[in-house]
Design a protein around this ligand. Structure first.
Ligand code: HEC
Ligand code: HEC
Ligand code: CU
Length: 411
């Protein structure tokens, strides 16, 4: 079964109700008229009854009143039911009580932007929450229509205008988004999906948890180690943490004094169970045991600190593939070698390409600089055999996004 065929938006019931009322009325009228037709074909067949035998009926007032009044009432019923469903669909929820998503439909892709600036090539929404869509298409683009059959919603996108839709999804799942307005070569590929998820998952999507990279210093101050240990060599309540790794130290273990090397094992034990080995010159029972207080990762960070290994803080890299998907590049460029509206991205980096610059054909190598120009200002040189329909991304993409795409094209 097609997912969502039963209708998964809060107002799908009203729309389906209007649909069925209209259809059942049509079915009833169909049966009555076609049935009467067959009845008359049979009853007034020329062999059975001659035309001159049939009485000439001129007028029947009750019948005429009936077939005026009954259809009028039916029309009013249909109108009323339709208006009811339309009113629900066209009454937008308040901005502050709903999730507002900007929808960009362009030849031939969909992209979505949330109020915190997060972009996505799929529409991710939480269950049981009003979602309001503000839909746009670039001024030089054509008409598209945002259509989600499972939600029973459809609305045109018109260049230079912002059109609206809303819905409240009642069931988790993935539902098709289609373009319902013929918009050119790759119209049938202009698809995406709505993914309805729990509100927790939605929050995770909207605000991805940045893994907090704790440094050893953070851990030392968090757990209070720095109250007793210095990192600069000075002695407080306990020995300093400076330069202790793999150095010898005299400790007392079970009343016996011995000299050991401060290796990883010793250090972990000194933290988890400090009274096992007492460093010479210090007192037993002063340092509390920290067994269980440090996660495995924290312990590793601390041990690395003692070893003198500095951890590189992780930087969130932008994914070139994601930028390309969100900005609709893959609507016109394939990554598998097939030629769509534009040349394929497969093997594009450093390939020899014929380009048309002001009417003359030149052969060039697709290096970084060429690719950058091809993305931000595509009209400057057109790849031979293609037409100039790629929109310029000069003011759309940030520099680092262009670089991320180029990096992606290299791979
Ligand atoms: C209340 C004070 C106190 C706190 C808090 C404390 N320590 Fe200690 N620590 C000591 C003392 C005193 C010693 C030396 C006696 C011993 O070996 O138990 C010591 C010993 C150590 C040693 C062995 C040092 C060496 O020279 O061999 C390590 C490693 C250590 N502590 C790590 C930590 C870490 C990591 C923390 C925080 C998670 C911490 N300590 C918190 C007082 C403290
Ligand atoms: C509406 C369709 C369309 C979209 C959307 C589109 N392009 Fe293009 N692109 C084309 C066409 C057609 C050409 C060939 C004509 C030309 O050079 O302008 C082309 C050419 C290119 C070239 C040069 C190709 C070569 O073989 O030398 C690159 C690189 C490129 N596009 C990257 C992108 C990136 C990156 C995006 C998204 C940010 C994108 N395109 C979005 C249609 C599109
Ligand atoms: Cu379209």
């Amino acid at each position: 079964m097609i997912e969502g065929i039963e209708g998964v938006s809060s107002f799908a019931g009203e729309i389906d109700y209007a649909f069925w009322v209209v259809n059942l009325i049509c079915l009833f009228l169909f049966v009555v008229t076609i049935g009467a037709m067959f009845l008359f074909i049979y009853q007034y067949n020329e062999k059975k009854s001659k035309p001159e035998d049939t009485k000439n009926i001129k007028h029947n007032t009750p019948l005429e009143i009936a077939w005026t009044i009954i259809p009028t009432i039916l029309m009013m019923v249909i109108f009323y039911i339709g208006l009811d469903a339309l009113k629900i669909q066209r009454t937008m929820p308040a901005d502050d009580k709903s999730i507002v998503v900007k929808v960009l439909g362009q030849k031939w892709s969909w992209s979505f932007e949330y109020s915190n600036g997060k972009k996505s090539s799929k529409l991710i929404v939480p269950i049981n929450k009003d979602v309001k869509l503000l839909m746009e298409t670039p001024i030089n683009d054509v008409l598209h229509a945002f259509f989600v059959p499972a939600f029973r919603i459809k609305e045109d996108l018109v260049p230079g205008q912002v059109t609206r839709l809303w819905f409240n999804a009642q069931k988790e799942g993935t539902y098709d988004i289609l373009c319902a307005e013929f918009c050119g070569t790759r119209h049938s590929y202009m698809r995406s999906s709505v993914v309805v998820v729990s509100s927790e998952k939605f929050q995770d999507f909207l605000y991805p948890k940045v893994e907090v990279v704790k440094t050893a210093e953070d851990i030392f101050s968090e757990l209070g180690c720095i109250g007793c240990h210095s990192t600069d060599g000075s002695i407080l309540v306990g020995p300093s943490f400076k330069d202790i790794y793999n150095k010898e130290v005299k400790v007392t273990t079970n009343g016996k004094t011995r000299t050991i090397i401060r290796d990883e094992k010793y250090l972990i034990k000194a933290i988890n169970d400090p009274d096992a080995d007492i460093v010479d010159g210090y007192f037993q029972g002063v340092m509390p045991p920290f067994k269980g207080s440090l996660t495995e990762k924290d312990m590793k960070t601390v041990i690395n600190y003692f070893k003198g290994i500095k951890e590189e803080p992780k930087v969130n890299k932008i994914s070139g593939k994601e930028v390309a998907d969100i900005n609709g590049c893959t609507g016109c460029h394939s990554i598998d070698g097939s030629v769509l509206v534009g040349p394929t991205f497969k093997g594009i980096y450093n390939r020899t390409t014929k380009i048309n610059v002001n009417g003359s054909i030149k052969e060039i190598i697709a290096d970084d600089e060429y690719l950058r120009a091809a993305i931000i200002d595509p009209a400057k040189h057109i790849v031979d055999g293609f037409s100039n329909i790629m929109p310029p991304f000069k003011d759309v993409l940030k520099d680092e996004e262009v670089e991320a795409i180029i990096q992606y094209l290299k791979e």
